[in-house]
Every structure is written in C-alpha cells, then in structure tokens.
Ligand binder design. Structure first.
Ligand SMILES: Nc1nc2nc(S)n(CCO)c2c(=O)[nH]1
Length: 158
C-alpha cells in the first residue's frame, strides 16, 4: 500500500462545505483510504494575492492507485465541485494538489512530486506537519517541521 499526502484549498462560496465534499469524494474512490485529516486553516492568498482568503487542509491517505491515477481522480473531483480556471492561480471552489507519494520523485509533463512549491507554502507545510511531524523532503532529507516553523505568517487555525 502507498502513502500519499494531498493539499486541499477553497476560497469561493461555502469553502468548508467544498472541502468536506472533496474529502468525502476522495474517501469514496476505490483504492483510496483517507487516514488523516488536518485541522482547517484560514490562510492569506499566495501567488495571485488579489483574491479572498482560503481555507486549507492536508489529508494523508493510503492508496493502491499510481500517482497519475491519483492525479486523474483529483482532477475529476475538482471538476465535479465546479473548479474553473479563468485566472491562473485565481479563485477556485476547490483545489487538490498531490504533495507527496511515498518518498518517490515523479517528474512528468502532467505531474511533479514532491509538489514543486510545497516548501514555499505555509498553507501546505503547517497542516502537513500537524498530521505527520516526522516527514522529510525526499529531495533534501530536510525536516518539513523546520520549514513550516519559518512560514507561519498568514496561516491561522479557522
Ligand atoms: N493561501 C492559499 N493561497 C493559494 N494560492 C493558490 S494558487 N492556491 C491554490 C493551491 O495551489 C492557494 C491556496 O490553496 N491557499
């Protein structure tokens, strides 16, 4: 069985409901068992800053799916919950990003794991280390806790 971590975010409409529906949709996928769900954090937008605050969580799961099969399911859940892509990095009903898949490095046109921007994002690191403080970056072997501690600004328990 494989262990994966996914970051979820929403900053349009009923943000909490979208996150709850996305987690339930993941749980309903054959070959996915959601094992951990972080607290909900309200976070300042990163990247495209002229938009509403996000609610963010990270979930830990066990899966028999391959990384690309998992990506396909995440994209399907985003589409079902109404994600549009008018503005790159703009507002969205729900966004699912695969952060880690075991200690594997994946690099294809469609998918890069570990997520390339995860170490720059407090809204990812803080919920991630909440659910598993022992995780290390497979590329550098650096503890994610050290990185999270330096990026608490704009991330608050909701
Ligand atoms: N705080 C915060 N900022 C973000 N910018 C983007 S793009 N996203 C979408 C995830 O890539 C987020 C997010 O989920 N949370």
């Amino acid at each position: 069985m494989n262990r994966a971590y996914i970051s979820l975010g929403s900053n349009i409409g009923s943000r909490l409901l979208f996150l709850q529906q996305a987690v339930r949709s993941l749980q309903d996928v054959k070959g996915i068992k959601v094992c951990q769900v972080s607290s909900v954090y309200e976070t300042d937008p990163v990247g495209y800053v002229d938009q509403a605050a996000f609610l963010n969580i990270v979930v830990g799961l066990e899966t028999s799916l391959t990384p690309h099969e998992l990506l396909k399911k995440c994209n399907e859940i985003e589409a079902i919950l109404g994600r549009t892509r008018e503005i790159h990095w703009g507002p969205r009903t729900v966004d699912l990003d695969i952060l880690l898949y075991n200690e594997e490095n994946v690099k294809t046109e469609k998918l890069i794991i570990p997520h390339p921007r995860m170490t720059e994002r407090g809204f990812v690191l803080i919920p991630l280390v909440e659910i598993n403080p022992d995780l290390r970056d497979p590329r550098t072997n650096r503890s994610f806790i050290e990185l999270a501690d330096a990026q608490t600004e704009g991330v608050h328990l909701w």
